[in-house]
Write a protein that binds this ligand. Structure first.
Ligand code: SF4
Ligand code: SF4
Length: 201
């Protein structure tokens, strides 16, 4: 019987403690916000979704190499004459077509290590944090601005340039070889004539 009344007392006592805490908070400043109607204020260096300004990307691969989880994939093709890709806004010459620049943001751990080595400061953390998707494949962001046709054209130009270069190198080597054989032939001729002179005398 004693235990029965003690349990009733404990119940009312603990409810009173809980309600006391609730009552105190009725008069203190709220620390929560009505998200998503109210957005939280982010600090200047908050790390959220990445952004790449492809106009300034030189395809150097530094960001990809720095990524600890390998979520950046870059493919490039060398630009060949007469194509001139110009320079970035930081003055760095652009020599490569960036045919692929994918970031799998689902793998990203927001460490920011890809941002610091970029020589043109074109990869940045933004304040965008609302980018959830139902299909995680949609979290692979393709930043390359080239169309499949442009990529194919760039590849073909590079292959042709390489083939032309190899042919020119081969031709130069053959020419050099021929040039090296002629003096030998001349030497042979002079040796023969000196032999003839000796035999006549
Ligand atoms: S923030 Fe970190 S994990 Fe994400 S892409 Fe950059 S280096 Fe990789
Ligand atoms: S480090 Fe910068 S310039 Fe180099 S590939 Fe990455 S984003 Fe482009």
């Amino acid at each position: 019987m004693k235990r029965y009344f003690k349990n009733i007392w404990d119940s009312f006592y603990t409810i009173a403690i809980g309600m006391g805490v609730t009552f105190r908070h009725l008069f203190s400043r709220a620390v929560t916000i009505q998200y998503p109607d109210v957005k939280p204020e982010l600090t200047d260096r908050a790390r959220n979704r990445l952004y790449v300004n492809m106009d300034d990307c030189i395809g150097c691969d530094q960001c990809s190499k720095a990524c600890p989880v390998n979520c950046i994939e870059i493919e490039t093709v060398k630009a060949v004459p007469p194509d001139d890709l110009g320079v970035t806004s930081t003055g760095n010459p652009k020599r490569l077509w960036v045919t692929k620049f994918d970031i799998d943001i689902a793998k990203c751990c927001y460490c920011g290590l890809c941002v610091y080595p970029c020589p043109t400061e074109c990869i940045k953390m933004t304040d965008v944090y609302e980018f959830s998707e139902f299909d995680r494949h949609n979290l692979v962001y393709n930043y390359s601005t080239m169309t499949p046709a442009e990529i194919e054209e760039a590849k073909q130009k590079f292959e042709k340039w390489q083939a032309d270069k190899a042919a020119a190198k081969k031709a130069a080597a053959e020419k050099k070889k021929e040039g090296g054989e002629k003096p030998k032939a001349k030497k042979q001729e002079s040796d023969e004539s000196s032999d003839n002179t000796k035999s006549e005398s």
